[in-house]
Design a protein around this ligand. Structure first.
Ligand code: AMP
Ligand code: TRP
Length: 339
């Protein structure tokens, strides 16, 4: 029943600064999908951020900084809708309807919750547990069909499909919510921690040395790559030769994603090179790509009123799509609306 142009929806949490993982796994790909025949909707998901404690004094600026990251990377607010989630109340409202559709058993299988809650499961917020249901609402509120995300979000998009199917089925509204596709492609859908190739690079890891932040300066980027953990071997001449070498594979994948080449092409170029040659080349490439973005982010952060204006305008446009879909969902659910 979705007759509109294919619609892309994706989001990033304003919790801590943006990393190279966010850039390569998400933002860069969001930019690439602009103007490709999709309607593109990108969201700073502040309601998701508060599932863990966020200092209220810092959250607004963190929200603006993620927006600045989007803009500086090439999201054009005239081509895409860019807004922050809490300004469109329909997200929370549809999220509630979905809390009544999603099953406990489904939520219990979410590996990200298990990882984040760990031994602390009794102490984390109820919101952290319900989070994937709110994420389903984010996507389905726009009848979005394509969801570009990093590998770690695949399970949540699959849950979104389950929620859509159960809603459509239970309320005899076949086809009301479309089945969104996760788009997980390119060499950097899972950028790993620079100190431990078995862990994802994340905003919240203990040591700053394990990640590249989008706002790191050139010296810091060079230092972090220089100190990145690797093995003693030189680069092989085929990708096969990187099997069982997760740290080496990660650096090759980062190089590939930054240079818009395939990992095979990178290996062909650097076959036999030692780290003393590859790491500085990688650092130079990362600086070349990230420095203009961080400079632009800093400039944008100097005019917060302008960021707020862009987010507000985006929220108006998002609301215009979301509200009629929410109204239909309320009606399908049988909730009385008389004003
Ligand atoms: P988050 O920062 O958790 O809100 O993530 C926002 C987006 O960035 C999601 O699509 C994630 O899958 C993606 N992302 C986060 N960290 C990484 C990473 N290390 N590698 C690839 N994608 C990532
Ligand atoms: N859960 C995602 C993350 O942690 C962020 C997110 C929230 C999202 N809502 C979304 C991503 C909707 C894609 C679509 O990375």
């Amino acid at each position: 029943m979705t007759t509109h142009t294919p619609r892309v929806f994706s989001g990033i949490k304003p919790s801590g600064g943006l990393t190279l993982g966010n850039y390569l796994g998400a933002i860069k790909r969001f930019v690439d999908m602009q103007g490709q025949g999709f309607e593109t909707i990108y969201c700073v998901v502040d309601l998701h951020a508060i599932t863990v404690w966020q200092d209220p004094k810092e959250l607004k600026d963190a929200t603006r900084e993620v927006a600045a990251g989007f803009l500086a990377s090439g999201i054009d607010p005239t081509q895409s809708i860019l807004f922050n989630q809490s300004q469109v109340s329909a997200h929370a409202e549809l999220g509630w309807l979905f809390n009544c559709v999603a099953r406990m058993g489904w939520m219990n299988r979410m590996t990200q919750f298990k990882d984040k809650a760990g031994k602390n499961a009794e102490k984390v917020s109820l919101g952290l547990y319900a989070y994937p249901s709110l994420m389903a609402a984010d996507i389905l509120l726009y009848h979005a069909t394509h969801v570009p995300v990093g590998e770690d979000q695949k399970q949540h998009v699959e849950l979104t499909r389950d929620i859509a199917a159960k809603f459509n089925h239970d309320f005899k509204a076949e086809g009301f919510f479309p089945m969104p596709e996760p788009i997980i492609d390119g060499p950097a859908t899972r950028v790993m921690n620079l100190r431990d190739g078995s862990k994802k690079m994340s905003k919240s890891g203990e040591s700053d040395m394990e990640r590249i932040n989008m706002t790191d300066d050139a010296d810091t980027i060079a230092k972090k790559f220089k100190k990145a953990r690797t093995d003693p071997d030189a680069l092989p001449d085929t990708l096969e030769g990187l099997k069982g070498r997760p740290e080496a594979r990660n650096l090759v994948d980062i190089y590939a994603a930054l240079s818009e080449a395939t990992p095979e092409a990178v290996i062909a170029e650097y076959a036999g090179a030692g780290w003393g040659r590859f790491k500085p080349a990688l650092a130079d490439l990362a600086v070349e790509k990230l420095a203009p973005i961080s400079t632009e982010m800093a400039r944008l952060m100097g005019d917060k009123a302008e960021i707020d204006r862009i987010l507000g305008e985006g929220a108006d446009r998002a609301d215009a799509i979301a509200q009629p879909i929410l109204d239909q969902a309320y009606d399908i659910t049988g909730l009385l609306r008389s004003r």
